[in-house]
Design a protein around this ligand. Structure first.
Ligand code: AMP
Ligand code: ZN
Length: 486
């Protein structure tokens, strides 16, 4: 199978080749744990989970690091303003440590609810302070840093390819700058590697700055800049050059650009061979923002009757590089589509109950085409994670299944397609479509007999009894089939 992904390094879809055959090192920028994640944030993690599944389906072992930003992500990209964690602590009357622990836990629970595969390493920035300081030390020794009143900065003028990744012109950016920045900085784009704790302020999270890193030699407490953690953790656990690095498009101009500058300046090696970015999700056509209060959480959706997997279904209907639009109408459509898929999945129990073994069935075109659909799915997703094409393939395969008699459905072919869908898209079609009880099955047979005897009253009565068990019977041209009640 050939894999290809859109790579921000070349700004085009490139064939993907890992450095070591059979193995991929992958880094995903994780959440800042100062609040609940909203539907937009989750969108990013759903797509990157799908990427892991697609790599695995291509027989690649994925060594993946995802960080938890529990310190140092400032409210403003210009390296000033409050630390988001300290801000969360004030808001909730807790310490920054407590806030980080609470929202980290909520994130981990959310990952399970969305059926996201746990990364090989889930690393907290605060557990890698030493490694981050060591990176600052290397950069200092190589002459890339300078110190000003509020921290140790990276001098972007010393890294001539700084603007290449985002495709921007440093001079133009400087001229058009709208963000206020510390006038002591040498260049507008310079960024803090290590910030000093403001004088007279005690932070919940702060560490001694090693004496050899400070010019004046006086003792100062400090904390890492946001970008530093990703480089330090990625390189510590995955080596100096990663195969793949992922994040949201908002990370291209600042966060990833800075990760590249500081990592490559330190090692002299390319930091990541492929960079993939998910586009953003809007809500009702508008950017998600605090002031609009439109950043729905997983709990908000559940309260309104939508499960995390229904939300996952909604996300995967769109391509990761196209801008998504969250509306409850769109979520309803995804929910209905998933319900339909689950009812098709349930047909595997019903063909089994017809007591005709697969090998008695003709090796007809339908079952062969189901096996081919599994293959086509892997191919579609290997082509830059084309989830909309994958969904079209599934719809087409499922409508074929609907068009044949239940007893002719090849059970193994259907089950194997469902396994492939679950492996690739994590929709839990198999585990959410358990067989119905023997009692319900008995009632369905009795109802069929009543219908054959044209005893409509008994048939209606039996239907009501079946429905009490959460099952609906539908009479089709291909016989009666059962479905899960809404
Ligand atoms: P943060 O916690 O702010 O670092 O964001 C966590 C992740 O969510 C990052 O990878 C962002 O790129 C991503 N993200 C933030 N907003 C959205 C959005 N509206 N749609 C998709 N991804 C988003
Ligand atoms: Zn990062």
């Amino acid at each position: 199978m050939s894999l290809q992904f859109h790579n921000q390094l070349n700004k085009k879809v490139d064939p993907f080749t890992p450095q070591v055959e059979g193995k991929v090192s992958l880094y995903t920028c994780g959440p800042t744990v100062y609040n609940y994640l909203h539907v937009g944030n989750w969108t990013a993690y759903i797509y990157w989970d799908t990427l892991v599944r697609v790599l695995q389906a291509n027989d690649l072992r994925v060594d993946r690091v995802m960080n938890i930003t529990d310190v140092g992500h400032l409210v403003s990209d210009a390296d000033d303003g409050e630390d988001k964690l300290e801000k969360g602590a004030k808001r909730e009357g807790k310490t920054a440590w407590e806030v980080a622990a609470f929202y980290t836990d909520d994130f981990l629970k959310g990952m399970k609810r969305l059926n996201l595969i746990a990364p090989t390493h889930l690393t907290k920035a605060t557990n890698y302070i030493e490694e981050q300081l060591q990176l600052v030390r290397t950069l200092k020794e190589k002459g890339f840093t300078y110190e000003i009143d509020d921290g140790i900065y990276f001098d972007t003028a010393k890294f001539p390819t700084y603007g290449d990744f985002a495709g921007f012109d440093l001079e133009a950016q400087k001229a058009g700058a709208r963000v206020e920045y510390n006038p002591e900085k040498r260049n507008h784009s310079d960024f803090a590697l290590w910030k000093f704790s403001p004088a007279g302020e005690t932070r919940d999270m702060e560490w001694d700055t090693p004496a050899d890193l400070i010019e004046a030699g006086e003792e100062r407490l400090g904390f890492p800049g946001w970008h530093l953690e990703c480089s330090a953790m990625a390189m510590t656990l995955l080596g100096n050059t990663l195969d793949l690095h992922t994040g949201g498009i908002d990370h291209i101009p600042v966060h990833h650009t800075n990760e590249i500058a500081q990592s490559e300046a330190a090692t002299g090696k390319i930091f990541a061979n492929y960079w993939m970015h998910n586009n953003h999700l809007k809500v009702n056509g508008t950017k998600i923002s605090k002031s609009l209060d439109n950043g729905f959480t997983l709990d908000d959706l559940e309260e309104k009757g939508y499960s995390p997997i229904e939300f996952r279904m909604f996300v995967l209907q769109s391509h990761y590089r196209s801008e998504g639009n969250f509306t409850f109408e769109n979520l309803d459509a995804a929910k209905n589509r998933l319900r339909n898929w689950r009812n098709i999945a349930a047909l595997r129990h019903q063909t089994h109950d017809r007591l005709r073994d697969d090998d008695e069935k003709s090796t007809d075109d339908e079952s062969v085409s189901l096996y081919a659909s599994s293959q086509a799915l892997v191919e579609a997703l290997s082509n830059d994670l084309d989830t909309p094409v994958a969904f079209a393939i599934i719809d087409e395969a499922f409508s074929k299944i609907e068009s044949i008699d239940i007893e002719d459905i090849h059970q193994h072919a259907l089950t194997s397609l469902l396994e492939t869908i679950d492996d690739l898209l994590g929709l839990q079609l198999l585990e959410t479509t358990k067989d119905i009880s023997d009692d319900s099955k008995r009632l369905i047979i009795e109802r069929e007999r009543a219908r054959e005897a044209k005893d409509w009253k008994a048939a209606d009565h039996l239907r009501n009894q079946i429905e009490k068990n959460g099952v609906t019977v539908r009479d089709t041209a291909h016989g009666s089939i059962w479905e899960y009640s809404v």
